[in-house]
Design a protein around this ligand. Structure first.
Ligand SMILES: Cc1ncc(C[n+]2csc(CCOP(=O)(O)OP(=O)(O)O)c2C)c(N)n1
Ligand SMILES: [Mg+2]
Length: 589
């Protein structure tokens, strides 16, 4: 082998950290790093994608699903720019991701050289750690610091390598040193801080919770690893559990404590509970839609939060408890007395039973055009008990929130805080890569899918047997309804004809593809796709005029909606008919 190059120090150190996968796309800005990957392909796998944005989403999803660091790689300039949306997804959802980019040779920097984009400046806002490596002597120390920062601050770290540094001899150090220091001899080790909250805070929290009569638990993504503990607390407190959408898998949807979510994508029981509690127990959540939280001052708030900057951020908190949700709940549970009056909980169990049957009614298999709730209901029935569903932003998020049931070891991932379009497909690839044996299903919009659809080809080429179900309403459905709720007639949100046939793309790539426009074919196609030994797409033409109605329609929303209709909504009749059909289904029982 040729003399060891600096890029090898990077790749070897990634491997020492347990990194087994790098998602990326080569370019003239990272040929040295690619050589490092080539020389160490037995330790770190390179997954070649079609768009760097997708590589960043894959790394983010990998981190979300495994709890480990996600890594993505792009060339200098345009490749790095493409990474950004996926990296912001990691930043906003607090995922540890390392982005590695290339940079022009040190000798031409500052000359306006081709593709000279100073990615360290570009990434200044997105990255917690952000460095151009100028000298091989900095390696591998700065790799350790970058990774530890990403893990500790739960965010993005960025290392950029000029071309000449990448291919320099690993032990090269071209400069005379004047500082009384040498590069730190660090180690590839990260230990998270202790997670158990302070005893006195737990005691105060227990006193408030024990005194509460109508308690609501709001659990978020920070409680995903604390299912048993959240259920035990719910049992002691006789408290229904609301889940944020990112925290959907905290407890199963068929649990006796679950009341679904809140906000526009939430459930009626969830929304009712917010207005009908005297104590709110927030666990691992930074739920941003404060209008859907109780009025400040109306309820007592106990909050378990890992990051002190987020305690009391959305609600004035009587008892901020700083710590990890699991470890802190374990310490709290013995301090809670079991409430003998179960009336509050039972009220919501009844309301939830009613809500569930209303949702089932909307999964009407007979409606034509196909009701979008129906395919989601079919996926829910047919998927494995440990299936993982990824989802795009759009009306699909509402259908998934309400019709995808967390049971067993099922999981659910979407772009929670950035709420970007298009992550569903690359998320599925990143997660399938991490869990080759599990069923991974991407449930996506036609708009979102079209943005990064080339990654289906990546799945075929990488042998990742993901399943994709496209909710094809030939529109940017979510925005269509948002415009109307604002009181404006829809504009610029329906794609002109033809309706895309994404099944043809699937078969062109060498995967399974089915185009479905008849409700009778939905179940068969999804069954075949799930059974297919490889990547599959089921592209389903659904009713574009089906509104993702909030769990509880506010008077103001209804009024504005009606105004938009009166002002000249172009699809008045079709929408009114759909609304009418839904109501009939619900009233039938
Ligand atoms: C990158 C990006 N562009 C635009 C938006 C605004 N937006 C949110 S949802 C949505 C519609 C998505 O359409 P589609 O994927 O077809 O899903 P649908 O709502 O139709 O189910 C748009 C345009 C966004 N969130 N992200
Ligand atoms: Mg759409």
């Amino acid at each position: 082998m040729a003399q060891q190059i600096a890029s090898e120090l990077l790749i070897e150190r990634l491997a020492d950290w347990g990194v087994d996968t790098v998602f990326g796309l080569p370019g003239d800005g990272i040929n040295g790093i690619m050589e490092g990957l080539r020389r160490h392909q037995d330790r770190v796998k390179f997954v070649l994608v079609h768009h760097e944005e997708a590589a960043a989403f894959m790394a983010t999803a990998y981190a979300k699903a495994t709890g480990k660091l996600g890594v993505c790689l792009s060339t200098s300039g345009p490749g790095a720019i493409h990474l950004l949306n996926g990296l912001y997804d990691a930043k906003l959802d607090h995922m540890p991701v390392l982005a590695i980019t290339g940079m022009q040779e040190t000798s031409v920097l500052g000359t306006g050289y081709q593709q000279e984009v100073h990615t360290d400046k570009l990434f200044m806002d997105v990255a917690e750690y952000n460095l151009v490596v100028d000298n091989p002597a900095q390696l591998p120390g700065v790799v350790d610091i970058a990774i530890r920062t990403a893990l500790a601050r739960r965010g993005v770290a960025h290392l950029s390598f000029p071309n000449d540094v990448q291919v320099a001899d690993a032990d090269e150090d071209p400069y005379q040193h004047v500082a009384p220091a040498r590069p730190p001899a660090t180690a590839p080790i990260y230990l998270p801080p202790p997670g158990r909250a302070r005893t006195e805070d737990l005691e105060t929290a227990a006193a408030v919770l024990n005194a509460g009569e109508k308690i609501a638990i709001l659990a978020g993504v920070g409680a995903l690893h604390a299912r048993d503990e959240v259920l035990a607390v719910a049992d002691r407190l006789g408290a229904p559990v609301i889940k944020t959408l990112s925290g959907k898998a905290v407890i199963p949807d068929d649990s006796e404590y679950a009341v679904g979510g809140i906000g526009l994508l939430g459930t009626r029981p969830g929304e009712n509970l917010v207005e009908d509690c005297d104590t709110l127990f927030m666990i691992g959540t930074n739920f941003p839609y404060t209008q859907h939280l109780p009025q400040p001052g109306k309820v007592k708030v106990v909050q378990i939060e890992a990051d002190p900057t987020r305690a009391g951020l959305r609600m004035p908190t009587e008892v901020p408890v700083i710590g990890d949700a699991k470890e802190s709940l374990q310490a709290l549970i013995p301090l809670l007395t079991r409430k003998s009056d179960r009336g509050h909980l039972e009220k919501y169990q009844k309301d939830m039973a009613k809500w569930r049957s209303e949702m089932e009614d909307l999964e009407n298999p007979k409606r034509s055009p196909i009701a979008p709730q129906y395919p989601m209901g079919v996926i829910d029935d047919l998927a494995a008990d440990d299936a993982i569903l990824t989802c795009d932003s759009g009306t699909i998020a509402t259908w998934a929130a309400r019709h995808w049931t967390i049971r067993g070891d099922r999981r659910f991932y979407l772009s929670g805080n950035l709420a970007t379009m298009a992550p569903g497909l690359p998320y599925a690839l990143g997660i399938q890569h991490a869990f080759p044996g599990r069923q991974v299903i991407a449930y996506v919009g036609d708009g979102g899918f079209a943005m990064l659809m080339a990654e289906f080809l990546t799945a075929v080429r990488a042998g990742l047997p993901i399943k994709v179900v496209i909710n094809n309403n030939s529109s940017l459905g979510q925005i269509l309804w948002e415009q109307m709720v604002l009181g404006y007639p829809e504009f610029g949100v329906r794609f002109p004809s033809p309706v895309a046939d994404f099944a043809a793309w699937a078969t062109a790539c060498g995967g399974y593809g089915a185009k479905v426009d008849n409700p009778k074919k939905v179940e068969g196609a999804i069954k075949e796709a799930l059974a297919f030994n490889g990547p599959a797409i089921v592209d389903i033409d659904v009713d574009p005029n089906e509104p993702p109605l909030p769990g509880k329609v506010a008077y103001d929303q209804a009024k504005k909606f009606t105004q938009a209709f009166l002002k000249g909504q172009p699809h008045k009749v079709a929408i009114a008919t759909t609304l009418f059909k839904d109501k009939i289904e619900q009233l039938k029982r």
